[in-house]
Ligand binder design. Structure first.
Ligand code: PEP
Ligand code: MG
Length: 602
């Protein structure tokens, strides 16, 4: 937690008791870096649409005007789609295909034209009525994806109405000077026009790490915090705002002293980033020559470029569920194959570990039949889902095995808690491979198949799992939640969620030893390896690979390159003899104090 600038007023604001001109708001860190500037609050567009009664003689001209507005909107959307496809790839551009579908919706067009022809309404009123009704219905849908598409319908509605009213959108391009953009959310079209020249940083009420605007911010290097819930209510244009994308904090009207501190940190971050670029090509090797693999976790295929640019030696975890969750229907084999192959080709010859879909828990997709459960993290998630919905599982396996023909793809199952599950999954893999062979489809025969070790049960039966899996990748995020019985998303008990709890370190040691005893490699792909104390201990525990967010890779590489393996082992051994997380943290921090002077303190 940041140690300056806090005050009682701020905590009152955070508990929602009082509106003040100063606030510290916590959200989701979406794009790293620190931005300081004057806020520009993006108001929701106020398009004044009046209801008019037209004369009979004007009706056909109004219908023509409506069709022209649709055509102009179409041209705009197509241009946006092409720009984004060029910049970020096909997958990101798909949202504009959805906008074109909304624009072309025959029912909406017919309804609007009949409101014009039969009820003699003006086109802007008729189209607004038609699309508002559709959006309102979508708002009520049970399915999250339908609900999300209400925003797209409203985006299209505003675009067409703007043309009918001849009121061109004051896009982000018209913002004068350099500002911190504060908005409820950014429409896909606004996100596309984010420019580093004018937008120093941005903060939104809604959105998550994989929302469109977050992805765009990362790809353009604009610091951003999303999911702030109430930032638009607490900031007015002209306020001084700090967006700390490293920590997910937004500080509104901070004190002079705090501003200076932010300025210092900002400069430190920029200097550090600059220096780290020089490290991209260097290996993650300790001062005494022990080498580990350093890979990146990605959620979307287009993130692979960023990962490589940050010096990743492969992808240690490709979370494929985000791919499923962005669709409104099951992604087909070809679509999946293309996404996986794109990542594999980009990474070649470095390895790519593709994890089969880990829906359930906090990730829902109702078209997959997952529903809200009383204990979702203990429910129908990960491999449990795949073993029941084998038709969906097989499509994904086929796509992965085909992509594995490149030779650098590995496959991994999430949430394994028994040997039966691993055996069943392996049997299905064998069936899929047999089918591919019979159909003469080219695929990766030798694709390694491993498991995420992330349940306490997998720790206890690590030896038998290691005999039948090709590798382990330790998912510390879940291993901590299940071992310590602490919901990883519950803020109230977040203080109990501690990677340095002795039970966690002992579990990791058990997994590493069992893996190595059975000649398989053991990596870690949870957040624990993206933090310097965690990284030192994991290095000392003998992990073969770390996989973390691309943005953390240079820092973690610096840690690995600044310490000897012998020293890290000694630290880990001693840490394992201590009894509490606090003792362990204190001990390791003391041991590594001053070791990484190049890394700015958090
Ligand atoms: C983990 O549990 O540590 C992990 C990497 O998987 P996820 O965060 O996707 O559950
Ligand atoms: Mg997990």
């Amino acid at each position: 937690m940041i140690s300056f600038g806090t005050s009682s007023t701020r905590s009152e604001i955070n508990s929602g008791m009082e509106v003040s001109r100063s606030a510290m708001i916590r959200g989701v860190p979406a794009s790293p870096g620190i931005a300081i500037g004057k806020a520009h609050v993006l108001e929701l567009e106020d398009l004044q649409v009046k209801e008019k009664q037209l004369e009979q003689k004007d009706l056909e001209r109004e219908v023509d005007r409506f069709k022209t507005a649709l055509g102009t909107a179409r041209n705009e959307i197509e241009t946006l789609r092409d720009t984004i496809e060029e910049e970020l790839g096909r997958d990101q551009a798909k949202v504009f295909d959805a906008h074109l579908m909304i624009l072309d919706d025959v029912v909406a067009i017919d309804k609007t034209t009949s409101l014009i022809r039969e009820e003699r309404k003006n086109a802007a009123f008729a189209y607004r009525k038609t699309l508002s009704e559709i959006a309102d219905e979508l708002d009520l849908a049970k399915d999250e994806h339908f609900r999300n598409s209400a925003a797209d319908v409203r985006d299209v509605k505003r675009r067409v109405i703007r043309h009918l009213l001849d009121q061109p959108r004051k896009g982000l391009g018209t913002i004068a000077g350099q500002v911190i953009l504060v908005a409820h959310d950014l429409t896909p079209s606004e996100a596309v026009s984010l420019s580093k020249e004018t937008i120093l940083g941005f903060a939104t009420d809604s959105g998550g790490r994989t929302s469109h605007s977050a992805i765009m911010a990362r790809s353009r290097g604009i610091p951003a915090v999303v999911g702030l819930k109430s930032v638009t209510a607490r900031v007015v244009s002209g306020d001084t705002v700090v967006v700390d994308g490293n920590r997910g904090l937004v500080d509104v009207n901070p004190s002079e002293q705090a501003l200076q501190e932010y300025g210092r940190r900002r400069q430190q971050f920029l200097d550090f980033e600059g220096r780290l670029l020089d490290m991209r090509e260097l290996a993650a090797v300790t001062t005494d020559g022990h080498r580990i693999e350093l890979s990146a976790n990605i959620e979307l295929p287009e993130e692979v470029e960023l990962a490589l640019a940050k010096g990743a030696g492969g992808v240690g975890l490709y979370r494929t569920e985000f791919f499923y969750m962005r669709s409104t229907k099951l992604p087909g084999e070809e679509e999946q194959y293309e996404a996986y192959k794109r990542v594999a080709d980009k990474c070649y010859p470095y390895p790519v570990i593709i994890r089969t879909v880990d829906v359930g828990g906090d990730k829902f997709a109702s078209y997959l039949g997952t529903a809200r459960e009383n204990n979702p993290f203990l429910g129908w998630r990960g491999i449990r889902f795949s073993l029941e919905r084998t038709e969906i599982f097989k499509i994904q396996l086929r796509a992965i095995f085909r992509a594995a023909a490149t030779g650098n793809v590995k496959l991994m199952f999430p949430m394994v808690s028994s040997l039966d599950e691993l055996r069943q999954a392996n049997t299905i893999c064998k069936e899929v491979k047999d089918e591919l062979r019979q159909r003469n489809v080219h695929f990766g025969e030798n694709c390694e198949v491993g498991i995420m070790a992330e349940t306490p049960a997998s720790v206890m039966i690590a030896d038998s799992l290691a005999r039948e899996a090709d590798f382990f990748s330790i998912g510390t995020n879940d291993l901590i939640q299940y071992t310590l019985a602490v919901d990883r998303g519950n803020e109230k008990i977040a203080y109990l969620y501690d990677p340095l709890h002795p039970a966690i370190l002992k579990s990791i040691r058990t997994l590493v030893e069992a893996g190595h005893r059975n000649d398989i490699w053991v990596g870690v792909c949870g957040e624990m390896c993206g933090e310097r104390v965690g990284a030192v201990i994991l290095l000392g525990l003998g992990l073969d690979e770390f996989s973390t967010s691309p943005y953390l890779l240079p820092e973690i590489k610096t840690v690995v390159r600044s310490i000897s393996y012998a020293e890290a082992k000694e630290i880990a051994d001693k840490a394992l003899c201590l009894s509490t997380a606090a003792e362990i943290r204190g001990f390791v921090e003391e041991k590594i104090a001053g070791k990484f002077p190049q890394i700015p303190s958090p």
